[in-house]
Design a protein around this ligand. Structure first.
Ligand SMILES: [Zn+2]
Length: 430
């Protein structure tokens, strides 16, 4: 036989062997929420091949020889959950204000792998990471993508942008000789030119999107939790530069004026939005701006503000006053029909408890189905990845999670995710 014919025969054998021998994962789902439909489907077979969903069929289809069958017939199966507001680098404690003087970057990085793991095992296969010390979440994203550690798919902003003395100025309240004049490299800007430079620096750092703090915040060592901290020109400069690099912009904001300016500048999402007026809600509906409510963060800081000595005295009154206000805002803004994407601010509250947010959303008037959609299709839309993630449909990436029972009847079940698949790989099985 001629060498070329031999090569062709060998190739043909390899091709036929791989198509015959390819093993699929077959899931029998008792109930399926696909992320898009208003009603769940009952008794469905989902076939997963090489990290993708290849088919979804009514009824329980028998697997082919060699396939792996996963029986989730008493479960509700749904798309991998997405949390649009996390901080995987840290988890708030009494020591948070001092640990930054003692922890090395490597300490942060290693500890964040623990938080990434519990987040994934809680059913969150994708997160936005909205603010770290500048390098940690990028390294964590790489470690997860390389398969070095288990964790969710990360879209990170890197270091948040702030103005001098603003919510994300890393030098706030330091002793005079340590209180340097931070600049765009550290994410602190004053004026449109520095705003543009800070965005470009995040691109250079490897960030996926931009986060900025348009108003004061609760946990920073500064007096106001809600005053506007960016000018309209600065916001506009951030947004237009971010677009040059195909980045979206997420904006931390509690006070009305800061929210209004950010929405007018064309940002993609408002985080917290605690003091949104009806007028601002209307504006957000017109511009299609997403709201990421983070009810959990409000609940957590309000609770901790009652614990004597937990917060520094400059933080405590802000936590007590701003935290509880989110409840009423959620009821009002949800009723008004603003676009909502799921987010928890985990890292303020402990990682892995993200699904508490579902309970708070449902308590605020949202249907369980809409709450789940806010953490699947709506979140994917905010990330602009809805072509490949956010729903259970043929050709989508196989990010699939499940809970036993019916979360549409009892939303608390979302806290008991006991099946997690990401990119077709099973991380947790009942
Ligand atoms: Zn946050």
């Amino acid at each position: 036989m001629q060498p070329t014919r031999l090569a062709w025969l060998a190739l043909a054998l390899v091709v036929s062997w791989s198509s015959v021998g390819r093993c699929s994962t077959v899931i029998h789902a008792g109930r399926m929420i696909d992320g898009r439909s208003e009603e769940p489907l009952l008794q469905v077979t989902i076939v997963v091949d090489e990290g993708k969903i290849t088919s979804i069929t009514r009824g329980y289809v028998e697997p082919k020889p060699g396939d792996t069958l996963l029986k989730l017939t008493e479960h509700t199966v749904m798309p991998g959950l997405m949390d649009m507001h996390t901080h995987l680098q840290s988890q708030h404690s009494k020591d948070s204000y001092t640990e930054r003087f003692f922890m090395e970057q490597a300490d942060y990085a290693l500890r964040s792998t623990v938080y990434a793991r519990v987040t994934l095992l809680a059913g969150f296969t994708t997160v936005r990471d909205l603010g770290d010390n500048g390098v940690n979440s990028v390294a964590l994203r790489k470690a997860i993508d390389q398969g070095w550690v288990p964790g969710p798919r990360i879209f990170t902003s890197g270091k948040s942008l702030a103005t001098t003395g603003g919510h994300a100025d890393p030098t706030n309240a330091l002793r005079g000789d340590n209180r340097r004049d931070a600049g765009p490299l550290e994410g602190v800007i004053n004026g449109p030119d520095e705003a543009r430079k800070a965005v470009r620096q995040r691109y250079k750092d490897g960030a996926d999107l931009i986060k900025l703090t348009a108003t004061g915040g609760i946990l920073s060592m500064a007096a106001s939790g809600q005053n506007p901290q960016f000018t309209e020109e600065e916001l506009k400069a951030v947004v237009t530069t971010a677009r040059d690099y195909n980045m979206t912009v997420a904006v931390h904001a509690h006070g009305t004026e800061g929210i209004r300016r950010a929405v007018v500048a064309g940002v993609d999402s408002i985080e917290h939005g605690t003091f949104m007026t009806d007028e601002v809600i209307q504006l957000m509906k017109e511009t299609g701006t997403y709201w990421v409510p983070t009810n959990m963060a409000g609940e957590w800081v309000a609770e901790k503000s009652k614990e004597p000595g937990y917060f520094p005295e400059i933080v405590r009154p802000k936590a007590a006053a701003i935290g509880p206000a989110i409840k009423e805002t959620f009821i009002r803004a949800h009723k008004a029909g603003v676009k909502i994407a799921f987010g928890t601010d985990s890292g303020v509250s402990p990682h892995g408890q993200n699904s508490r947010e579902f309970e708070l959303m449902v308590a605020g008037g949202m249907s369980p189905m809409k709450a789940i959609q806010s953490a699947t299709l709506e979140a994917a839309r905010l990330l602009k990845i809805e072509q490949r993630l956010g729903t259970l449909e043929a050709q989508k990436v196989a990010d699939i999670v499940a809970v036993k029972g019916n979360p549409l009847e009892n939303i608390r079940l979302m806290k008991e995710v006991d099946f997690v698949m990401k990119d077709g790989v099973v991380y947790k099985k009942p």
